[in-house]
Design a protein around this ligand. Structure first.
Ligand code: P6P
Length: 334
């Protein structure tokens, strides 16, 4: 009889985890199951986008000034629906909604806020490129500020209780951390479960890829241009290859596993960078630091930034130790 590989689902993993996790009443695994259910619903449509009328634009410009794709709207509705059924969630903030949505703000059971980008990179769907869902979980503030729903989400990333992403790529992978390492789960379609496939992901100390949109190179601040020059000329002791999918979750997932560096610098068109702090940079930075890497906005750890607006943007540079030490030297003018 073939030796069965032990099947550890993400719910099981969370239950094992939450013995360590505050509020070990099963509420965290129940909360996370809202995200896994929604992302399975999203995956089912992403996989067959060309066969349904969910392709293309929804014809509405969202709060970001971007044309909403039909799948963006669908993904947002899935997450809103599934998470609103979790009584431990009080506030939800989405890339697709201008203001946070109050689910049950005053309920004594409401202890968490969830922020997410329901479908990052969605403009890539029509051309079959990987897309992703990113999410972060914050605890309700334990002081008077909690009366303002925005205060639940406007907290530094360092305070995140958990964070992660789902990559809808060649396979569908959920990667999350609750502060005790980074773990990946691959969706096994016949059983409809996310099964542990990448336990305790650790970033190598150095990689061989750098990832940036070189089309904007002339717009990057000088230290970034010097850094790219060093990467291209072997100054870090090895030759680098360039990889840029243009879908953040895919570029981050590769960097998390293979090391190297991913950068979205300030540009003249996006002086604060393009990526959003709360639901893109913070979840990524949480995972990268948990996996032994470094995540900065150019000068300071992303996780230390005190947000003051739900949709504020930030430059983001995340990578392995060696690449990030060299980046810090360039930013310091050395
Ligand atoms: P650019 C997708 O639109 C996204 O928000 C991220 O997923 C991705 O990393 C970035 O924008 C790509 O932006 O300017 O390189 O096309």
């Amino acid at each position: 009889m073939t030796k069965m590989r032990p099947i550890i689902t993400v719910q099981q993993h969370i239950l094992d985890e939450q013995i360590r996790f505050r509020g070990a009443s099963g509420e965290f695994s129940w909360l996370l199951s809202g995200i896994t259910l929604a992302t399975k619903m999203i995956e089912a449509q992403v996989r067959r986008a060309g066969l349904t009328d969910l392709m293309g634009s929804y014809g509405v410009v969202n709060v970001q000034g971007e044309v909403q794709q039909k799948l963006d709207v669908y993904a947002n509705e899935c997450l809103m629906h599934c998470l609103s059924l979790r009584e431990s969630i009080g506030i939800i903030a989405s890339e697709e909604n201008e203001q946070p949505v109050t689910i049950r703000h005053e309920s004594p059971k409401a202890k968490y806020a969830v922020v997410f980008d329901p479908l990052d990179g969605s403009s890539n769907i029509d051309v079959g490129v990987s897309v992703g869902t990113t999410f972060a979980i914050q605890r309700k503030p334990d002081d008077k500020t909690a009366e303002d729903p925005a205060s639940w989400v406007l907290q530094p990333g360092r305070k995140q209780v958990a964070a992660g992403y789902v990559l809808y790529g060649s396979s569908t992978i959920l990667v999350y951390s609750a502060g005790n390492g980074v773990h990946g789960f691959t969706l096994d379609p016949p059983i409809g479960a996310f099964v542990l496939s990448h336990e305790n992901i650790r970033m190598p100390s150095q990689g061989k890829y750098y990832s940036i949109n070189e089309a904007y190179a002339a717009q990057f601040p000088k230290p970034y241009q010097e850094y790219l020059r060093r990467l291209r000329t072997g100054a870090l002791g090895r030759e680098y290859s360039s990889r840029y999918v243009g879908s953040m979750v895919a570029d981050v997932h590769r960097t998390l596993q293979r090391g190297g560096v991913f950068l979205y610098p300030p540009t003249t068109s996006n002086p604060s960078g393009k990526l959003r702090l709360l639901y893109e940079a913070n979840p990524v930075a949480f995972l990268v630091e948990q996996a032994g890497g470094v995540a900065v906005d150019g000068s300071r750890p992303i996780l230390d930034i005190q947000p003051d607006a739900i949709h504020q943007r930030t430059p983001m540079v995340v990578g392995s130790a060696v690449e990030m030490e060299e980046f810090a030297r360039c930013m310091a003018g050395n």
